[in-house]
Each structure stands twice: as structure tokens, then as C-alpha cells.
Write a protein that binds this ligand. Structure first.
Ligand SMILES: Nc1nc2c(ncn2[C@@H]2O[C@H](COP(=O)(O)OP(=O)(O)OP(=O)(O)O)[C@@H](O)[C@H]2O)c(=O)[nH]1
Ligand SMILES: [Mg+2]
Length: 401
């Protein structure tokens, strides 16, 4: 299991509350991945450091708190870094250990114990450095169960990691090659680059095949006049739980972890009045700072949202960060070009978690007013009886169309 140090660089005007919530989310991501957080560090700065993103003084201070690096495997930074910055940070960790080793050796020399004493830093350890995208990709990779999801992750990884490999190659070529000669690194980089470009084309072709099949499924549903509801929302909001409760798909995977769902699956919602059905599509959840490359790679999975007739924006009402998360989801939908004239319902979920009755009533009233245009509905996806009204609304909807 990876022992991780978490670093978050925030703007100087970031509130204490928001700083805490950001760190909390990063901790959940690390936990979902299976890592253990050993240290947290938040640095306020208006501009990230050009070379290493994190200020080097602050970083050194953090590393100083370790007796040795036995207790550290990975540094996770809660921001999106440039490939070169990640590379520089990894180098920084190696150079730190080399410096420590030198200091130890000099001290042993002075003390006259150089023959018997061995520095704790004798064999520098490679500390991995991940940015937020790396961490999300690792979780995706761990959770992906379908071939399509795996291909989409590989595509996103190539797009994210590719420049880093080229960056390192550049470094190697500088070391290996003199003026006017082609360095070993450079040739290797070119080979790697060609290999990755070929692989990317192949993956894109394969993903297209899957996406064509899904399109045929969607067309066939449309031809039968079935309307599709897409469940959209922040990760862990309860989308899959809702799908399970609305449809007969009892094998839908639900888990208290981030990015439990990575594909898109559909189920049928039976409407008792009109004796017809709607299709419910569950898909991948969103998160703050989702990199565009990732959204792009998952376009075929997300097509279910883009082409749905109705959007159920599922919201965890018990979440302290509710408004921010609503906004993040809306922004990602805008990036995806989800048409604004789709019928949209705000499904305020996990109502059972709000224990104080008067607080709950007040919150409902506020949310009803604030989001009046999005048909606010208050439910607990875990309690089917709270879904009657929602199902009745859908039934009435089919009746008039
Ligand atoms: N108390 C309570 N817990 C809920 C409710 N709905 C979902 N949960 C829990 O919330 C967690 C996340 O639920 P999921 O349905 O997997 O959430 P999701 O939106 O599909 O999450 P991702 O697929 O990771 O994006 C699980 O532990 C569920 O049991 C609810 O109405 N009340
Ligand atoms: Mg899910």
C-alpha cells in the first residue's frame, strides 16, 4: 500500500472551509485508491512555482519531517501540473536524499566513524510524484471492468503522460548528445512518440467501434419511442443507487467510494399508469477539476448524457459542499455541450441523512426556491417509497407526449 504525502496549492483568498473540504476530497481519493495519507500540506500562493509547482523551501521543510523515506512512497499534488514540473519534483526528491547522504558522510568523517556508520540515505529511493489527474487515472484503472472503460483510460493516460515521456527524453538527449549529435535519449523519445501515436490511433478506432454499437442501441430505443433519462451528478451522489431503485437492475454496483461507476449502463423504469417504460442510463460521476483530456477520452461513455431526453441531476443533499458540487456538474455538462433545452430535474438525494427535522424543512424550502426552474425533488434513493412522486411525474410526462 502506498504511503502518501498530500499537497494542495490554493489561492491566497481560499477560505479555511474550502481548504478543508478540498483536502478532505483529496483524502477520499487517496483512500479510494488504497493509499494511506501520512502527511498533509496546504500552501497558499497566488502563482505556483514555475519549476516545481510547489515552492522548494516548503517542499524541503516537508521532506525534513521524515526520518527516512521508508515511510513515504508517493507525493500527491491536488492540482494539474505540467509534465516538466512533475519530472522536476521527482528529481528534487532524489537530490534531497543525495544531499542528506553527503551531509551524513561528512559528519561520519568528522566524527571518525566513517568506516562503521552507514547513512539512512545510502540508497536513494524513487519517490513517485502524481498530480490530481494521475491519481484519478489510477483510481479509474483500478475500477475499470469493461474493455471500453479500460481503452478510454489508456487513451486519457497517453494524452496525460505522453508529454512527460517526451519531456524526460529531452532531458536524456541533453545529457547523452553533444553539439551536433543526436542523443540516445532523443532517438528513444522519437521511437516512444511514434509508438504512442500508433497506439492512440488504434485505441481511438476501437473506441469508435464501441461507440457505434451504443449509438445503434440508442437509435433502436428511440425508434421504439422510449424516452431516456440520464443520471448525472458528482461522484458518490447516489446515481447508481437511484438506478437500482428505479429499475430492475439489482446487480448495479453501488459503493461508498469515488468513481465506483466507470461505464454507462441502462435499465428500464416501468410506468404503471401509462403501462409503458422509460430507459434510465447511469454513468460515470463528475468531480472538480476534471481534466479536459479525461472528459474527451470518455466522450463515448458520456454520449448517453448528451443524447438523453431528460436529465436527472442527482445531488447529495447531506454534503456540506452541495452548491459547489452542483456548479461543478453544471459546468461539466456545459463543456459536454449538453443541450440547455433538455428537461432537467434536480434530484436532492440522501434526505434520510438530514436528521434534524426543522433544519431539513428549512433546507428544502431554500433549495425549492433557489432551483425552482429545475423541478426540485427530494428523495432517498435507498428508500423506494420516496420515489413514488418522481415516478408519477414521469408517468404523467409520457401521457402528454
Ligand atoms: N443514506 C443514504 N445513502 C445513500 C443514498 N443513496 C446512495 N447512498 C450511498 O452513497 C454511496 C454512493 O452511492 P452510489 O450509488 O454508488 O453513488 P454514485 O453516484 O453512483 O457514485 P459513482 O459511481 O462513484 O459516481 C453508497 O454508499 C450508497 O449506499 C441515500 O439516499 N441515503
Ligand atoms: Mg455509480
Amino acid at each position: 500500500m502506498d504511503k502518501a504525502v498530500l499537497i494542495d496549492i490554493v489561492e491566497p483568498n481560499c477560505s479555511k472551509k474550502e481548504t478543508e473540504l478540498r483536502l478532505e476530497e483529496l483524502n477520499s481519493l487517496v483512500k479510494t485508491y488504497g493509499g494511506i495519507t501520512v502527511e498533509n500540506l496546504v500552501q497558499k500562493r497566488a502563482q505556483p512555482a514555475y519549476k516545481t509547482y510547489v515552492g522548494s523551501g516548503k517542499l524541503e521543510e516537508l521532506l525534513d519531517s521524515f526520518e527516512s523515506f521508508d515511510g513515504l512512497d508517493v507525493v500527491v499534488i491536488n492540482n494539474i501540473l505540467k509534465p516538466r514540473q512533475i519530472y522536476n519534483l521527482e528529481e528534487f526528491c532524489i537530490n534531497y536524499q543525495i544531499k542528506k547522504r553527503k551531509e551524513d558522510r561528512e559528519r561520519f568523517e568528522e566524527e571518525g566513524s566513517s568506516k562503521t556508520s552507514v547513512s539512512r540515505w545510502e540508497n536513494p529511493k524513487k519517490i513517485k510524484v502524481w498530480d490530481r489527474v494521475d491519481l484519478i487515472l489510477k483510481i479509474f484503472d483500478k475500477h475499470a471492468s469493461t474493455v471500453e472503460a479500460k481503452l478510454q483510460i489508456e487513451l486519457a493516460s497517453i494524452k496525460h503522460m505522453g508529454p512527460r515521456i517526451f519531456g524526460m527524453g529531452l532531458e536524456l538527449s541533453r545529457q547523452a548528445g553533444g553539439i551536433g549529435t543526436v542523443g540516445v535519449g532523443e532517438t528513444n523519445t522519437q521511437i516512444m512518440k511514434r509508438h504512442l501515436q500508433k497506439r492512440q490511433k488504434l485505441i481511438e478506432k476501437k473506441i469508435q467501434t464501441y461507440s457505434d454499437v451504443q449509438k445503434r442501441h440508442r437509435d433502436s430505443r428511440r425508434n421504439k419511442n422510449f424516452k431516456t433519462i440520464a443520471l448525472v451528478g458528482y461522484t458518490n451522489a447516489g446515481k447508481s443507487t437511484l438506478k437500482r431503485s428505479l429499475t430492475k437492475k439489482q446487480n448495479t454496483y453501488v459503493a461508498d467510494e469515488l468513481f465506483a461507476t466507470l461505464d454507462s449502463t441502462v435499465g428500464e423504469l416501468f410506468l404503471p399508469q401509462s403501462r409503458t417504460k422509460m430507459i434510465v442510463a447511469d454513468t460515470i460521476g463528475f468531480i472538480q477539476d476534471l481534466p479536459p483530456d479525461l472528459i474527451d477520452a470518455f466522450k463515448s461513455t458520456l454520449a448517453e448524457i448528451i443524447e438523453a431526453d431528460i436529465i436527472f441531476h442527482v445531488i447529495d443533499t447531506s454534503d456540506e459542499n452541495i452548491l459547489l458540487k452542483i456548479q461543478v456538474v453544471e459546468e461539466i455538462m456545459a463543456q459536454l455541450d449538453v443541450s440547455l433545452d433538455k428537461d432537467k430535474y434536480y434530484i436532492f438525494n440522501k434526505m434520510d441523512k438530514l436528521e434534524d427535522k426543522s433544519e431539513r424543512e428549512e433546507l428544502i424550502q431554500n433549495l425549492k426556491e433557489q432551483f425552482a426552474e429545475y423541478n426540485p425533488v427530494f428523495i432517498s434513493a435507498t428508500d423506494k417509497s420516496s420515489l413514488h412522486q418522481l415516478i408519477a411525474d414521469m408517468d404523467a410526462k409520457v401521457a402528454v407526449t
